[in-house]
Design a protein around this ligand. Sequence first.
Ligand code: PMT
Length: 400
Amino acid sequence: MNLKGKRILVGVTGSIAAYKTAILTRLLIKSGAEVQLVATIAALDFITPLTLATLSKRPVLSVFFEKSSGQWHNHVELGLWADLFIVAPLSANTLAKFAQGGCDNLLTATYLSCRCPVMLAPAMDLDMYQHPSVRANLEKVASFGNVILDAETGELASGLSGQGRMMEPEHILEQVIEFFNSKKDFQGKKVMITMGPTQEALDPVRFLSNHSSGKMGYALAKTFEAQGASVSLVTGPVALKLDESRFQVHRVTTAAEMFEVAKSLHAQMDVVVFAAAVADFRPQNVADQKIKKAGEELTLRLIPNVDIALELGEIKSANQIHVGFALETEQEEGNAKTKMVRKNFDLVVLNSATEVGVGFKHDTNQVRIFHKGGNEVQSALLSKDAIAEIILEEVKKVAS
Ligand code: PMT
């Protein structure tokens, strides 16, 4: 993965390991990141601003106010700019300031202002690294949610050997890439997904239903959960094994039941995906006993079911996102867009009920996604997991 577009603050403090900051900066820049160095005055005894500025292609910041240029460096803006703040090396002195909330230079002020995750790479001699004061400070800053990039073991500047060497820049880069890979875009968000068919009883033995297997809805559930969302499933009867440790699973049978549950959960949701194949009609009369074959024809009178997406679309708040599906056999685009408007979808996912490998039961699907604002995304025939990823990306665009 490259770090293109990622904005990384690199703090450097007074340690002999500061020379490695130049290597780390070069690695981050080569990976596509934008890097802004923030140095303590003590750090500049170990590495020149010119070296770091050349590598990062940005001036190195170390004071609030540059007398020479009259420039003011705003720690708050720096803290807001960054996607990630790495302090490497972290000296025992700056560690102590971080642990106590000290704020006597640009670096510590930026640390206190930043909203992004922080990675700390301590570097010091082995006895210092094991000192109870340092251990207590490391525990304390770790308890704030900072990621500690533990010092590595080897020969130290003092000639002693032991743990205290700053983590190698290549290893820090691996940690940074892993961090951005695992970054979750729906952390803390609540997502509800209706999925599967509904079953509308004729008598105690028979029912009207459809071929929905729930695979599309469950693929979406897994995709959103993998991005940190809390996912509630409202599912008709499906053969799929649903992981109740990852999802809040609400099992229903009829459209009416699906509506009751979906409506009760709706207000707390950030995103709702209507992937269920809800029966539009149900028998007006449900026989108490199994309907006997009497030889002549049997006429069924069907009455409309509640339209769940329509009803919830009418109470959708401005900061909620509704994603609908359209399962069509003809005039597909027109039908899908009509449903999008009528049901107040932000996105509608059109899939065919007749094309090979598309729609019901298959492990694959092929979709066209229409945004309320007019954009359209067309997918190839892909696994439903891959389709779910595409839908999630489109939801992110609506959310941004
Ligand atoms: O479950 P799979 O086997 O993986 O199959 C996936 C799927 C084909 C079921 C899925 O991709 C899909 O298309 N789901 C929607 C099927 C459907 O009912 O589409 P529709 O065009 O009839 O309904 C339009 C939208 O309104 C849908 O979001 C539907 O969930 C919703 N709806 C429809 C009727 C109703 N009474 N209540 C609703 O909420």
